[in-house]
Ligand binder design. Structure first.
Ligand SMILES: Cc1cc2nc3c(=O)[nH]c(=O)nc-3n(C[C@H](O)[C@H](O)[C@H](O)COP(=O)(O)O)c2cc1C
Length: 54
């Protein structure tokens, strides 16, 4: 049986809420929440994209 990992980073919890719903639908799914230190990302999505890419 295939193992499923749902790995997420969620700044405000929206993405996490969707991931939780998916995990409930997939019995075998493991979840992993990617954590970053406070202040790692910006409130500007373009700047956040550059930081994440780097
Ligand atoms: C790098 C980056 C790219 C994004 N691109 C889009 C986009 O193309 N369309 C959109 O509707 N929202 C975009 N957003 C906004 C996020 O998808 C939105 O704020 C989402 O609710 C964030 O979920 P989270 O709080 O769980 O991280 C982007 C945000 C970031 C940081």
């Amino acid at each position: 049986m295939k193992k499923v990992l749902i790995a997420t980073y969620s700044q405000s919890g929206r993405t996490q809420a969707v991931a939780d719903q998916l995990a409930n639908l997939i019995d075998s799914a493991d979840q992993y929440q990617i954590a970053v230190s406070d202040g790692t990302f910006s409130n500007d999505m373009y700047e956040t994209d550059a930081i994440a890419t780097k």
